[in-house]
Design a binder for this molecule. Structure first.
Ligand SMILES: Cc1ncc(COP(=O)(O)O)c(C=O)c1O
Length: 407
């Protein structure tokens, strides 16, 4: 594994992974508009690393991060299940070859129509986020003559150091069942004992976690709840600690991220080891997204204008917040590179065509000097990029391609 995956070779950007180098300028031949490109070799490497570090943990990839069929195929071929959050995601996963037994279904607003799809097809697990949702599942499963496997997503009231929009574990957040409502949930589940099987507990603290003290505290807080649930429901044997492992956006350092993964695994195992010892057959599950796919993607876009004012120099691209929303939504940082190494750097604001001042990819960025019709590459667009795109301003969606299209 190399530390850096996006590097200039002979003056051009290449994407290096799995022992091969992919020249990104190939994607600009017959250019019709912005392109997301996914390097599947890098995803394969990441899956192997995570499966190695989180040994005996069953992984369910969070499809919301990147739903491209080629990406999903890598997970399918490596025995990874899928975490879904809508009927649309369930149908997409099934279309891409996953069985319902490989799906974990999260989300606070599951509709009757969506739940019917999940319950009828005996989905592996529904992560229940509220008491009314539990009641709805109980009633529906009864009328469909089914017994539904549920786990309770508990909100531990613990915050992570991340952007507030991607932290989900505080008591004023809409996610999960309040820590103090366990007895009410148990009572509600007992009322529906014929149609609900309580299989365990789940947690998801939020995304882009680079420090694991909150995860450690949350696991410690949830363990007694899990044991209490087991007393009430003997079939309770799953502990799902969610996703959230972060990546570095400001630097390229795959080696230090592998160390981060090992630290993450050490925290999980140190907290859950006692359960593993005491409960034969316990199933530990995780729902990673960003860590697996974040670095695998780039967004390629063409310079429409280089606009100089007395105050600024702008690169105006044919891609903006309609394709990559993260900078506008969370002020997220994405590294931006010129496709060609021109030998001289310039400072630019890199912006899109959308009629919003929030439509920028980066401000005051030093890039190799570009001119009209040159190409720009935005790094780390493998997660929460294409899946968060919109048709705003009726701009066309970006094309999505992968290394599989070039074999
Ligand atoms: C319930 C749930 N699980 C897993 C994930 C994946 O998180 P990440 O991509 O940060 O690993 C998310 C992301 O929002 C989520 O909501």
């Amino acid at each position: 594994m190399e530390k850096e995956f996006l590097v200039y070779k002979s003056g051009e950007l290449v994407f290096a992974a799995g022992g091969t180098e992919f020249k990104l300028s190939q994607l600009t031949k017959n250019y019709q508009g912005p392109v997301f490109f996914y390097n599947l070799d890098l995803i394969r490497e990441r899956v192997a690393q995570m499966q190695g570090a989180l040994k005996d943990v069953r992984l369910f990839y969070a499809l919301k991060a990147n739903s491209h069929p080629d990406v999903l195929k890598v997970f399918k071929n490596n025995g990874v299940g899928i975490d879904v959050v809508s009927g649309g995601e369930i149908q997409h996963a099934v279309k891409c070859g996953f069985s319902y037994k490989q799906l974990v279904y999260s989300g606070v607003g599951k509709t009757r129509k969506e739940l019917e799809l999940a319950i009828r097809n005996d989905i592996h697990q529904i992560n229940v986020e509220s008491i009314p949702e539990l009641q709805r599942i109980g009633e529906m499963a009864k009328s469909l003559n089914k017994k539904s496997n549920v786990v309770f997503r508990i909100n531990p009231d613990i915050s992570i150091k991340s952007h507030p929009y991607i932290a989900t574990g505080l008591k004023d957040s809409k996610f999960g069942i309040d820590f103090g409502q366990l007895n009410d949930v148990i009572a509600a589940a007992k009322q529906h004992a014929g149609s609900i099987a309580v299989k365990g507990i789940s947690l998801h603290l939020g995304s882009q976690m680079l420090d694991f003290s909150s995860l450690k505290d949350s696991l410690a807080k949830l363990k007694p709840l899990f044991l209490q649930l087991r007393k009430e429901f003997p079939e309770c044997h799953r502990f799902d600690f969610g996703g959230g492992l972060g990546i570095h956006y400001e630097k390229q350092d795959l080696i230090s991220e592998n160390d981060l993964l090992k630290k993450y695994a050490a925290v999980v195992f140190s907290e859950l080891e006692s359960l593993k010892k005491d409960i034969p057959g316990i199933e530990i599950q995780s729902e990673p997204g960003r860590w697996l796919v974040g670095h695998c993607g780039v967004l390629i876009s063409q310079v429409q204008y280089v606009k100089k004012t007395p105050h600024k120099e702008f690169i105006i691209l044919d891609s903006g917040m309609n394709h990559l929303l993260r900078p506008s939504l969370y002020e997220a940082y994405h590294s931006i590179h010129a496709m060609k190494d021109s030998g001289s750097l310039k400072t630019y604001d890199v912006v899109g065509p959308i009629c919003e001042s929030a439509d920028f990819f980066g401000k005051d960025r030093d890039l190799n000097e570009v001119k009209q019709d040159d190409f720009v590459v935005v790094r780390d667009c493998g997660a929460y990029a294409a899946t968060m795109s919109s048709d705003y301003n009726l701009q066309e969606r970006a094309l999505e391609v992968s290394t599989a299209d070039f074999q």
